[in-house]
Design a protein around this ligand. Structure first.
Ligand SMILES: Nc1ncnc2c1ncn2[C@@H]1O[C@H](COP(=O)(O)OP(=O)(O)OP(=O)(O)O)[C@@H](O)[C@H]1O
Ligand SMILES: [Mg+2]
Length: 262
C-alpha cells in the first residue's frame, strides 16, 4: 500500500523554551483512518496544522504524495493544499453565504483567481456538489444561508466542502467537539464512510477516546508534544490511556465512557 503521508521528526516551537511538537514521526497509508488523542495542549492541532502548512514546522519533514512539502511556497504549496482537505471544530464556513456557495469554495484551489471571484464553476463540479449534498442529507438546504444551520448541519457542509477538493488526505481537528452525541455519530459515520468510499486517508484529532477506538484503525497518542503511542485500538490499554493523559482512568470516565478532555 502506498504511503501518501510521511511525517519525519516533526518539531514545532512557537517560541523559545517550549516545544509544542517534539520529534514526532509517523506514516499514514492510503485509505487509513488514524485518530490522534492526547490531553489539551499536547500538540494535536499543531501536528495537523504543520501537515497542511498553516503552521511552519521548526524542524523535521512532511512528505506528501512523495514530495517534501515542509517548506514549499507558492504554486507547490497550493498544489499540495488542494489535495489536503480540512475539517474544523468550528466549521469555518462563510456564514453570510449559502450552503451551495460554501461547498463550491472547495473547488477554488483548482480555478483561476478570476473564475473564482466570478463564481464561474464548472457544471460537473456543481453536479458533484449536489450529489454530495444529497448524500449528507442537505440537498433541500442548498440555498439556505450557512448561518441558519444547526451545528451538525454546518459540519456536514464542512465535510462536503472538503470532499469537493478531491483530497487524498483529510485532516479533521476535533470535528465533533461542539456537537451533541447524536450529531457526533452522524458526523463520524459520514467522515468514516465517505473517506472509505473514496479511499481517502484520514487523520482525526479527538478528545473522546471511545470514539477514537470505535472508528480508527490506528491510534496515535501524544503527550507534551511527544508521540507516546502508535498502534491499533486493541493495543490501547487502560494503562496506556492513563499514561497518555497522565491521570487515572477514574478521572477520565464520564458515564462509563472514556471522555478525556483534550
Ligand atoms: N499560535 C500559537 N502560538 C503560541 N503557542 C501556541 C500556538 N498554538 C498552540 N500553542 C501552544 O502549543 C501547545 C500545543 O497546542 P495545540 O493547540 O497543538 O494542542 P492540542 O493538543 O490541539 O490542544 P487542545 O486539545 O486543547 O486543542 C500548547 O502549549 C499551546 O499553548
Ligand atoms: Mg487542538
Amino acid at each position: 500500500m502506498s504511503k501518501p503521508l510521511i511525517v519525519e521528526h516533526l518539531t514545532k516551537s512557537y517560541g523559545p523554551g517550549s516545544l509544542a511538537v517534539d520529534d514526532v514521526s509517523f506514516e499514514v497509508k492510503q485509505g487509513e483512518f488514524v485518530a490522534i488523542i492526547g490531553p489539551s495542549g499536547a500538540g494535536k492541532s499543531t501536528i495537523l496544522r504543520c501537515i497542511n502548512r498553516m503552521v511552519e514546522p521548526s524542524d523535521g519533514r512532511i512528505l506528501f504524495e512523495g514530495n517534501d512539502i515542509s517548506h514549499v511556497q507558492g504554486k507547490k504549496l497550493r498544489d499540495a493544499r488542494r489535495r489536503i482537505g480540512m475539517i474544523f471544530q468550528h466549521y469555518n464556513l462563510v456564514y453570510r453565504l449559502t450552503v451551495m456557495q460554501n461547498v463550491m469554495h472547495g473547488r477554488l484551489g483548482y480555478m483561476s483567481t478570476m473564475d473564482g471571484i466570478l463564481n464561474r464553476y464548472k457544471e460537473e463540479d456543481k453536479e458533484k456538489a449536489l450529489k454530495l449534498l444529497n448524500k449528507v442529507g442537505l440537498l433541500e438546504y442548498m440555498y439556505k444561508r450557512a448561518s441558519e444551520l444547526s451545528g451538525g448541519q454546518k459540519q456536514r457542509v464542512g465535510i462536503v466542502r472538503a470532499l469537493m477538493q478531491e483530497p487524498s488526505l483529510l485532516l479533521c481537528d476535533e470535528p465533533i467537539a461542539s456537537l451533541d452525541p447524536n450529531s457526533s455519530k452522524v458526523i463520524m459515520d459520514l467522515i468514516y464512510e465517505l473517506t472509505k468510499e473514496w479511499n481517502i486517508s484520514c487523520i482525526v484529532n479527538l478528545h473522546q477516546v471511545h470514539v477514537a477506538k470505535e472508528y480508527a484503525t490506528r491510534i496515535i497518542g501524544i503527550r507534551q508534544g511527544k508521540l507516546v503511542f502508535d498502534g491499533p485500538p486493541s493495543e490501547l490499554t487502560n494503562v496506556m490511556i492513563e499514561e497518555i493523559y497522565n491521570t487515572s482512568m477514574e478521572n477520565l470516565m464520564i458515564n462509563g465512557e472514556v471522555r478525556a478532555v483534550g
